[in-house]
Design a protein around this ligand. Structure first.
Ligand SMILES: [Zn+2]
Length: 368
């Protein structure tokens, strides 16, 4: 059937909508949980996610394909998740695994477990189709923002466009990925390509090439630069952004969906999201603190009454099972906090009070 997107309410540029997929609805704005192999190994089950407000998960195409020896598994069956699934393209791994990868004109060469592989844009899309993902990401060419040569950003736009055109036939579930870093001219070229493809049936847009440590105002301005030049009626995803403040600033500028590993990574370091900013569990002030992470939180960890002191001890336990369970408890809290923030944002847009909600949240979150 492909993707159907309806905007239910707008407040300024912020939108509340619903994406319909073959595996159910996704209410936006929202965050997808990146179901990385590390998350799977941590013992967190996808069954625990709907209770946290998660409607869509993200899988890593490259990892899934390599770990299944390139036999495209039925991804819904493999993860025991019946809801919508969003795939990433593998483009981001080019940056994160830069030393192990070589980009060629027609694809990427890389080493996996000591074995040389090459993937092409057509393969990436074909794998995702076979896996049965609901939102397909084509292979894109990402360039780290540390690269100062503007030509690099044009090259990333041109390569991403070339690869998109090589991604077999266009699937009604495929998104187009915008590249161009912080370079406006490169972004304009990328937007021109994107709008051409949107006219011929591309399902939505993903904004890539941001959130590499640039100053936040620059990132926000570039998000707005892009969303102002995109049609209203297609969903917009922002790749790799998940900090609460960034989420609200991006929603304000017309972004609908997000994916990020920050809330799970932060949990690993004992950094917990609260409406008064991050609670750093490793601090000694929590040694004897019998309160839960956040008093009015409805996550399974806080509802079970597990205290800060207990969680702090659990993090440092010599028993690896206890450490593991503690990590899951911390992740459940951070994921729920983020999804609840999305729910509040959605409600605020629907009643035309997004600005007030955002300001109130920022004042409280930054107060510490
Ligand atoms: Zn909680």
């Amino acid at each position: 059937m492909g993707i159907k997107f309806d905007i239910l309410a707008k407040d300024g540029q912020a939108r509340a909508g619903v994406i319909e997929t073959d595996h159910g609805e996704v209410h936006t704005p929202t965050m997808t949980v990146n179901f990385t192999p590390a998350l799977l190994r941590s013992g967190l089950s996808p069954n625990q996610l709907p209770a946290l407000g998660v409607e869509m998960i993200l899988v890593n195409t490259l990892h899934t394909m390599m770990e299944s020896k390139q036999q495209a598994p039925d991804i819904h069956q493999l993860l025991n998740w019946s809801g919508p699934i969003f795939a990433d393209s593998g483009g981001f791994q080019m940056v994160s695994l830069a030393k192990k990868m070589r980009v060629e004109k027609d694809g990427i060469k890389f080493n996996w477990d000591g074995i040389a592989h090459k993937i092409t844009p057509a393969q990436v899309v074909e794998w995702q189709k076979k896996m049965g993902v609901d939102i397909i990401m084509p292979l894109d060419r990402v360039w780290h923002l540390r690269v100062k040569n503007p030509l690099a950003y044009f090259l990333s736009v041109l390569t991403t466009e070339k690869w998109f055109n090589e991604s077999a036939e266009i699937s009604p579930n495929i998104f187009y990925i915008l590249q161009g870093g912080l370079n406006k001219l490169a972004r304009i070229l990328s937007l021109k390509y994107a709008n051409q493809h949107l006219n011929t049936g591309v399902a939505g847009i993903a904004i890539g090439g941001l959130a590499f440590g640039e100053a936040r105002p620059k990132m926000y301005r570039m998000i707005e630069f892009c969303t102002q030049r995109l049609p209203e009626n297609k969903p917009r995803h922002l790749l790799g952004v998940g900090e609460p403040v960034d989420l609200l600033e991006s929603i304000e500028r017309g972004i609908d969906t997000f994916d990020c590993v920050s809330y799970t990574r932060e949990a690993r370091h004992g950094r917990l999201l609260t409406k008064h900013g991050y609670l750093r569990l490793k601090r000694s002030e929590y040694i004897n603190d019998n309160s839960v992470i956040e008093a009015d939180c409805d996550c399974p960890t806080c509802l079970a009454g597990i205290s800060r002191a207990n969680l702090r001890t659990g993090m440092k336990s010599i028993d690896s099972d206890i450490r593991q369970q503690t990590l899951i408890n911390l992740m459940l809290h951070n994921i729920r906090f983020t999804l609840r923030l999305m729910e509040y944002a959605r409600e605020a847009i629907q009643v035309g009070k997004f600005q007030e909600f955002k300001q109130e949240f920022l004042i409280s979150f930054r107060a510490q």
